[in-house]
Design a protein around this ligand. Structure first.
Ligand code: PEP
Length: 249
């Protein structure tokens, strides 16, 4: 039985004071939510406030990106050791906004994933096709390529420690959600790759999240798909009441 991961990606929203205020409302609402792992990924500048606010609860904190290098002359980057020392346990890697605006490639996704694993963090590795790619009917080709170049060089031991998020780019922040069937079909494509590379035990264990305009009113039908092992939520994770109702789907 795969334990769902209900993760929030705050993108570039909230100050430390707003982070503290969020958790004051959110914490009591998820205090009995033992059915899943609850993760909030705030901006780097909020990590300390978030870690402080979740202390003593089951909620975990993650970063939204991670440097591939351990340290050095990489202005603007934050290393895995720094994220770990701040008290976070997860790191999102390869989010489509990083691919679209900041030159992230499958190769850098792989390097960042390794860095997260080396630092003892759980990487949430994002994959997903753009609208033009779906319309051209090449969703599977894109997913296979992202898997092959960004994930498949992990050792089986490393692979066992990652979480994958399928996020169709056309559904992120657009209000358009993939239908549960579309999401499940993409998840099956990814599981097919996992099976071919890592075998049946890995297929049974790997958690694949869905992300893209998940809201309190669509989470239940998405989570009803046996292929979907949790969600990665952007906009709707900013509101404590709304995100708590997603966690408690
Ligand atoms: C995301 O940022 O990963 C995301 C899925 O955003 P949204 O839920 O706003 O579509």
């Amino acid at each position: 039985m795969r334990r769902p991961v209900m993760a929030g990606n705050w993108k570039m929203y909230k100050t430390p004071a707003e982070t503290t205020a969020f958790f004051e409302k959110f914490r009591p609402l998820v205090e009995n939510s033992e059915h899943c792992e609850t993760v909030i990924c705030p901006p780097f500048t909020d990590l300390a406030a978030a870690v402080d606010a979740v202390r003593g609860s089951r909620i975990q904190v993650g970063a939204q990106n991670i440097a591939w290098a351990k340290e050095g002359a990489f202005t603007g980057e934050i290393s895995g050791a720094m994220i770990r020392a701040a008290g976070a346990a997860y790191a999102i890697v390869g989010h489509s906004e990083r691919r679209q605006y900041f030159g992230e490639t499958d190769e850098t996704v792989f390097k960042r994933t390794l860095a997260a694993l080396e630092a003892g963090l759980t990487p949430i590795v994002c994959v997903g096709e753009r609208l033009d790619e779906r319309e051209k009917g090449i969703t599977k080709t894109v997913l296979v390529s992202q898997f092959t170049k960004g994930i498949a060089d992990l050792t089986p031991e490393q692979f066992a420690r990652i979480v994958i998020a399928y996020e169709p780019v056309w559904a992120i922040g657009t209000g358009k959600t993939a239908t549960p069937e579309m999401a499940a079909e993409a998840h099956r494509m990814i599981r097919g790759q996992v099976w071919a590379k890592y075998g049946s035990e890995a297929v049974a264990a790997i958690r694949i999240l869905y992300g893209g305009s998940v809201k309190p009113d669509n989470v239940k039908t998405l989570m009803a798909q046996t292929e979907i092992d949790g969600v990665l939520v952007g906009g709707a994770s900013l509101d404590p009441v709304g995100f708590a109702s997603i966690v408690n789907f």
